[in-house]
Each structure stands twice: as structure tokens, then as C-alpha cells.
Design a protein around this ligand. Structure first.
Ligand SMILES: *[C@@H]1O[C@H](CO)[C@@H](O)[C@H](O)[C@H]1NC(C)=O
Ligand SMILES: *[C@@H]1O[C@H](CO)[C@@H](O)[C@H](O)[C@H]1NC(C)=O
Length: 427
């Protein structure tokens, strides 16, 4: 299927004038079932963890009672495997009657009563990825109306079992259909991941007009290798991806797996820090009922969340890859603040990374820095101070710092020459 044909079809759909639903001015925050709970539908053998209304009520209880909602974690999101294997006699999608006996509208009320929002999942195609009823082109409008009538606040629209032409029609059509319902429903598009995630196959300006966020790349798995490969793909392609993000339209490198089995504490901090830098959705997929205190502390770190939710909505980028397997990431924030992450991809021991602000082409001056995870502050740092950060293997040091920055958001080749102002964390 040629890209050229797809583009011609896109051009036939009139009036793509921008997604104007007022939602997700900052990246969404919440909880989603998929990475941790997958398609576990055997409620007889596994009643606690199966995809059922109980699971989502449990998570809503935790979000509202354990301090998450106040920090911004507000969406409770159903992924695949919630449906009955058949549409109803009226043609509508319906939940599995044994696992969701109260229906989705009831679940939505339960979630809304707790000051939270409900996300649901559908698939542009003949079946969902796990084989439940898909949303073919003739069903797009009906499904949007069904979701709105239930009180759904967010739709993840996957793309299994459809071809590029169907997707090129179905994704913008769903955007319009959601709008026509009159209910503000955030719209997450899996489309770019199915097209390789990069121009010219994906037109990100166009996508920003029809979707609030989009999955660009592979599904996350419960491992550091998966986090690293996602981070590396986004950073390698940041010149294409970084400008696509902004208030109301975000890149989505997928869920936070902090609190599961695959990450050490340092790696968990690294995911939190780097997802904050990338202006990524902070959507956890873990078990909030059994989360460790350490994982909770990382996920509830107010400064990391504040960096992620910065109202300017500028996605950060990788600035440097040192030969010693240290990487430096940067994101400009409101109020002349900046976030910096020093990431170690080493496998030996805590690494003492030395640099000076002048060497990073900072302007002359003094700076104030705050270490996001240790809470230490440092003032009186000047551009010529040699600073040292101690970075654990597969860990990060994340800092926020006040001071003007004027680094280029595109093009990394001449970075060392062109950036003028900067601020850093130091000790
Ligand atoms: C639908 O789109 C119009 C025009 O873009 C916008 O003003 C309106 O707020 C949208 N409504 C919803 C519910 O998204
Ligand atoms: C990408 O989409 C935008 C907005 O719809 C459009 O103006 C532009 O021409 C498209 N670019 C390409 C290369 O197709």
C-alpha cells in the first residue's frame, strides 16, 4: 500500500481544521489496564486481576483514596478485552455481561462520583488486537455515540485488523464522530505506530489536528530493555517527533511500568524522569492495590509531575550522548526554569559525571538547582564551576533549575555551538 495513495484519500476528507476539543492541554495522567493486566478474562480462576468492572472500581478507589487524584492522576482506562464477543441486536458494542454486569454507564458513574474520568478502548478495523468486535468504517459514528451515551471521557483507538486506506479514513472520521456527540472525549490514536511512526508515512501536523495524542512506536513491556529501546527510538527521531507535541496534542511512548517487576528503583526513577522530559502521558499500568512505598514515592514525586505537566507543553530532547554512556536530556519549562536529566547507561558502578556550564555553552552567571529525587538544592553555582553528578548504573539524576535557556529545539548537530543559555543541577 503506497503512502501516496493514502495521502490522496486523506485529501478527500474535507475540513480538517484542527482538533478543537479543549482537552489535554497537558499530557494525560492516570491508570490503564493493559501492560499489567493484559487480556486476563478468566474471572473464575483470577477474580482479583481479570478484566472486569471490579478491577476498574478497585483502581478508581485507589486513585481517589491514596492521593493520586490530587496530583493529577485522573483517568481510569479500560484497554482491550472488555467487550462481549458480539455486538448487541441494535448493532452497538456491549461489555461482556459476566465481567461487567453493571454495564459501562454504571462504571462511568462510579468513576465520576470519585472525581475521576473513564477511558475506553476500541479498534479501527474488523476486530480488536485480541479478537473482540472491531469498529469498521460503517460503525465509527455509532460507536462514538455509544461511548458518549455511557459517559466515556477518553477513547484509545487501536489499529489492528485494518489496512492503511481504512485507517486513513477511519481515524479522522472517529475524530469528527466524537466531536458530533457533543461530549468532550479525549482521543488517543494508535495510527502512527502502524505506519512506522515517522514522516513521510506519518504527517504529524495533520495528526495534531485530529488526535489529542498518539502512539508512535512499540508497546512497552515490563523490562528496562523495553524502556531503553523506546527512549532511544524517541531520542533518535526527536527532530521529527519533538515539534509534533504541544498543548492538546502529544506523543505517547506508552505506559509507566513503575511498580511492576521489571525495573530496579533506579530504572523506575529513570522512566519517571525521562517521561517527564518527553512530555509523555503519565499513565501507570501497575497494581495500585499492592504498590510498594518506593514505587509510590517515585510516581507521586511532585516536582517530576510538575515538570511533566508544565503548561508550556514543550517536549524536551536528548542533548548529549557521551562516549562514556552518559546521556543528558533537557526540557524548557515555564518561568525560566529548565529540567535536566543525566542518564547513565553504564553497567559498572555509580559514575561521577563532570562538566561545567560554560563547557555546555551556558551564559555567564550564577544558577540555582534542585535535585528532583533527593530534594537537595544548590545555589551559588556559576557557569565556570566544575560540577559533578553521581549517576547510578541505569539510573538518573534529575534536576530542575532556574535560569534562561535558549537551546535549539531542532537539530542536534551544531548544538554545542549554537546554544547560549542553560541551567543545571549540581552539587
Ligand atoms: C467540536 O468542534 C468544534 C469546532 O472545531 C469545537 O468548537 C467544539 O468545541 C468541538 N466539540 C467537542 C465536544 O469536541
Ligand atoms: C501535512 O498536513 C498538513 C495539515 O493537514 C498539511 O498542511 C501539509 O501539507 C501536510 N504535509 C505533507 C507533506 O503532506
Amino acid at each position: 500500500m503506497g503512502y501516496f495513495q493514502v495521502f490522496l484519500l486523506l485529501a478527500l476528507i474535507p475540513g480538517s481544521t484542527g482538533l478543537d476539543n479543549g482537552l489535554l492541554r497537558t499530557p494525560p495522567m492516570g491508570w490503564m489496564a493493559w501492560e499489567r493486566f493484559r487480556c486476563d478474562i478468566d474471572c473464575r480462576k483470577d477474580p482479583t486481576n481479570c478484566i472486569s468492572e471490579k478491577l476498574f472500581r478497585d483502581m478508581a478507589d485507589r486513585l481517589s483514596e491514596d492521593g493520586w487524584r490530587e496530583l493529577g492522576y485522573e483517568y481510569v482506562m479500560i484497554d482491550d478485552c472488555w467487550m462481549s464477543m458480539q455486538r448487541g441486536s441494535d448493532g452497538r458494542l456491549q461489555p461482556d455481561p459476566d465481567r461487567f454486569p453493571g454495564g459501562i454507564a454504571n462504571l462511568a458513574r462510579y468513576i465520576h462520583d470519585r472525581g475521576l474520568k473513564l477511558g475506553i478502548y476500541a479498534d479501527m478495523g474488523s476486530a480488536t488486537c485480541m479478537g473482540f468486535p472491531g469498529t469498521t468504517l460503517d460503525k465509527v459514528e455509532l460507536d462514538a455515540q455509544t461511548f458518549a451515551s455511557w459517559g466515556v471521557d477518553y477513547l484509545k483507538f487501536d489499529g489492528c485488523h485494518s489496512n492503511a486506506i481504512e485507517q486513513s479514513i477511519g481515524y479522522p472520521l472517529m475524530s469528527k464522530a466524537l466531536n458530533w456527540t457533543g461530549r468532550p472525549i479525549a482521543y488517543s490514536c494508535s495510527l502512527p505506530a502502524y505506519l512506522g511512526g515517522l514522516p513521510p508515512n506519518v504527517n504529524y501536523s495533520y495528526l495534531g489536528n485530529i488526535c489529542n495524542l498518539w502512539r508512535n512506536y512499540d508497546d512497552i513491556e515490563d523490562s528496562w530493555a523495553s524502556v531503553k529501546s523506546i527512549l532511544d527510538w524517541y531520542s533518535t527521531n526527536q527532530d521529527d517527533l519533538q515539534p509534533a507535541a504541544g498543548p492538546g496534542h502529544w506523543n505517547d511512548p506508552d505506559m509507566l511500568i513503575i511498580g511492576n517487576f521489571g525495573l530496579s528503583l533506579d530504572q523506575a526513577q529513570a522512566q519517571m524522569a525521562l517521561w517527564a522530559i518527553m512530555a509523555a502521558p503519565l499513565v501507570m499500568s501497575n497494581d495500585l492495590r499492592t504498590l510498594s512505598a518506593d514505587a509510590r514515592a517515585i510516581l507521586q514525586n511532585r516536582v517530576a509531575i510538575g515538570i511533566n505537566q508544565d503548561p508550556r507543553g514543550i517536549q524536551g530532547r536528548r542533548l548529549l550522548q557521551e562516549l562514556g554512556h552518559i546521556e543528558v536530556y533537557w526540557r524548557p519549562l515555564s518561568h525560566s526554569a529548565n529540567a535536566l536529566v543525566f542518564l547513565s547507561l553504564r553497567q559498572d558502578m555509580p559514575y561521577l559525571y563532570r562538566n561545567s556550564l560554560a563547557n555546555l555553552n551556558f551564559p555567564a552567571g550564577s544558577f540555582e538547582a534542585y535535585d528532583v529525587f533527593s530534594g537537595k538544592t544548590l545555589s551559588g553555582l556559576t557557569d565556570h564551576t566544575i560540577f559533578t553528578v553521581s549517576i547510578n548504573p541505569s539510573g538518573v539524576v534529575m534536576c530542575s533549575a532556574v535560569g534562561e535557556a535558549n537551546l535549539p529545539l531542532r537539530g542536534s548537530v551544531d548544538l554545542k555551538i549554537t546554544h547560549k543559555k542553560y541551567s543545571a543541577c549540581s552539587y
